[in-house]
Design a protein around this ligand. Sequence first.
Ligand SMILES: [Zn+2]
Length: 382
Amino acid sequence: MTREENVRFCDLVKSLRPLTGKGLSAGEQVAEVVSMLTKVPENRIGTAVDPAQASQETLRKMSSSDGSFTKKLANAIYECMDLGQFISQIDGAEPMTKQRIVDNLTEYGIKVNLNELGERCAKIALTVISRKAGQKMSPESVAARIAYARGIANNKDALLMQCAGLCTECGSSLITDKHGDGIPVYEILPIDSDVSSYGFDDFVVMCPTCAAKYKHHPRKSDIDRVRSEKKAVSKQRDFEGLLTPLNLEKELVQLLDDIRELGFEDTSHQQIQMRNPVPIRDKVSEDGELCREITDSVSSYYPFIAARMKMLEETHRLSFNELLSQMHAKYLKYEGQGLSQAEIFDQLSDWIADRTHSRSRTASILVSYFVQICEVFRAPAQ
Ligand SMILES: [Zn+2]
């Protein structure tokens, strides 16, 4: 038995407490870890095979012993496990939080390096859950699942950006327009499942129909065809220039229109609740005029934009997070090219204005918001 096999699910939950938050009850912490581990498909939500349906009582008991972890629940989790998502969430934690998880795992006899924390936790989860579910997995198949999940965690955002919201195989939209909510429905699958590690070029994004057809034993000719289709797609589409692959453009256009139409009296006298109170002057230190412009925009428009962004985040979580990561990626790219802060600011404003056909001045108000929430520009390290 490897050391991972001796760790109980409740031990993993306890180890992850620095991430799931101390404010939760023991049962809620179990529920939180289950939700980190799963992505429940639409047709399972609220049914008997939805892991989120586990009773409070079961969850509470599961927090101290694996005896109450039933085969039925293990199966429900196993069936919709998304280890890539799980690894991403651990990757995204603050370094301090990760270090505390590492320390916790050490107490259970697991020595983990900080940089492999995500996959090691995924391995513990997969080992416990597959065993509870009665799924026999060889060490090789566990290693393959973890390598795949790591590949997804590293490449998901870029893959979704590349496919631009369209199925690579049939070209149909990956957005189902459910009452205007625009829920993305897609699968990211390995082009060739016979590899041992997965990079950006080893995945393809497809609609569920094409994915179902493709994933069962694709022939060599299918694999070659999909690889070249993927290459063609990247060439064709200016995926650098895309604002959002998943339908957020419409909402941003509306937002920018509304900003432009806001009267002065609508924006003054508002209480500003800052999401991230790093002073703008610390982030925009090299250009006094730019600093003033951003400060003015933020003090006038922050509450309005923040409220709208919160709505977008709730209704279009995936696209919203992608918008943030694209904004951040663009910023890092320009910064890496050695542009000044003013040049970066103008480039970002022009980019948004261009994609949304809005005025650059209006778009710059939105960029100021991104400066305030620290997606663009950063304060020097202390
Ligand atoms: Zn398709």
